[in-house]
Design a protein around this ligand. Structure first.
Ligand SMILES: O=P(O)(O)OC[C@H]1O[C@H](O[C@H]2O[C@H](CO)[C@@H](O)[C@H](O)[C@H]2O)[C@H](O)[C@@H](O)[C@@H]1O
Length: 370
């Protein structure tokens, strides 16, 4: 079975729904009443993979996916358009720049409440070799702080919620870590009646997988310890195995170790990120579901007068783009990429500096049309 195909494979479900409590939402963000009950709950799967269903890691699909997972830097030719530039411009006919389309977006937002969803790595922070050094700039932090004052804003990341929250450093946002499997509302500031600072409510649909994920993390750290450059990251409900700094001739070994480990855990699956293999629960939950959950928590589900915008750069963000395109049409997915690639997004931005520009334009628009 092709592992990429496995990502979208239909799965058997357990009929017991997990209840979906609403998050603690700030009153100013709740213009609509809502029952607070979710119609579609995530279902844990009972399906067990048969041995041998994973691809042979030496097959081209693994290595191709590993090689194509992160675009190399595009080299510009002293002001003359390179073939890359021409290809990018042609590609932008299908995925127009969100900056150039800001008037169209603003027009569409008239009479609607915008909600902003932001991925972290590659969207708010540049991609760097060391995942622990993926800091966002102070200018970006200020832009996100400003936009969150006028538009409900959520960060949706593959990282653990705690880690991405530390990187972003803003309490007033919604955070969904572990690819949306760990969601928290904003911290409630003290009121006239209390000096207590209240942590936002939590929603963790994959909590039963925690011991299993911890076990996998420990064993992957151990078996990859002698591969120079390999790094295993604990993302709470997911594990990332980074190979960005591993010599390409050793990528097959990294993949083999991950595959060998996964054979013992049929309730876990693998997805490809940017130079990273990501292990996560076989659960009908992804960044698209997290967007749906947050919109519902905000009282915005099935509302015509809501305009969700999701900005992200990675394959896992495609689930959110698809949700906005197919399930909740009317929203905009914006793909951040310096190179042409197929996507379910509507618009594009080249890099985090364009993301910051776009966020600042949204703030200007909100201030001019409150
Ligand atoms: O959903 P995201 O916020 O985009 O998180 C996805 C993964 O991002 C991080 O890895 C990526 O960024 C690193 C720092 O720039 C880079 O070194 C790595 O090669 C990229 O894959 C994070 O470390 C992963 O755990 C996330 O799953």
């Amino acid at each position: 079975m092709d592992l990429k195909a496995n990502h979208n494979a239909p799965i058997l479900t357990d009929p017991t729904p997990i209840s979906k409590p609403r998050l603690g939402i700030h009153d100013s963000l709740l213009p609509y009443s809502s029952s607070g009950v979710f119609s579609q709950a995530p279902f844990l799967t009972n399906q067990r993979k048969k041995p041998g269903l994973l691809d042979d890691v030496r097959s081209t699909s693994w290595l191709d996916a590993m090689k194509s997972s992160s675009p190399r830097n595009i080299i510009k030719n002293n002001g003359t358009a390179s073939s890359n530039d021409i290809a990018y411009r042609n590609w932008m006919l299908k995925y127009p720049s969100a900056l150039a389309s800001i008037d169209q977006i603003a027009n569409n937002a008239k009479g609607k409440r915008m909600v902003l969803f932001l991925d972290y790595d590659g969207t708010l922070s540049p991609i760097v070799d060391n995942p622990d050094h993926a800091f966002m700039s102070n200018a970006m932090r200020a832009a996100v702080r400003n936009v969150a004052k006028c538009i409900p804003t959520a960060i949706i990341s593959g990282r653990s919620r705690e880690k991405v929250r530390q990187f972003v450093g803003l309490r007033e946002l919604y955070y969904a870590g572990s690819h949306g499997m760990d969601i928290m509302g904003p911290v409630q500031p003290p009121t006239d009646h209390t000096t207590e600072v209240l942590e936002g409510n939590l929603y963790q649909p994959a909590s039963e997988f925690l011991p299993m994920i911890n076990e996998v993390f420990v064993s992957l750290v151990d078996i990859t310890k002698n591969i120079e450059g390999a790094k295993v990251e604990d993302n709470k409900f997911c594990v990332s195995v980074h190979y960005r700094n591993v010599d390409e001739k050793n990528w097959t070994t990294v993949a083999q170790y991950v595959q060998d480990t996964l054979k013992n855990y049929p309730r876990l699956r693998l997805t490809h990120g940017r130079m990273v293999l990501e292990i996560r629960p076989v659960l009908k939950w992804d960044k698209g579901k997290a967007v749906e959950f947050l919109l519902e928590s905000l009282g915005f589900s099935n509302c015509d007068d809501v305009l969700p915008i999701y900005v992200g750069d990675d394959r896992t963000d495609e689930d959110a783009f698809k949700f906005l395109r197919d399930v909740s049409p009317g929203g905009y997915g914006i793909l951040v990429t310096p190179a042409p690639k197929e996507s379910s997004a509507y618009y594009s931005l080249r890099d985090p500096s364009e993301v910051m520009e776009f966020i600042n334009l949204l703030v200007m628009h909100k201030k001019s049309v409150p």
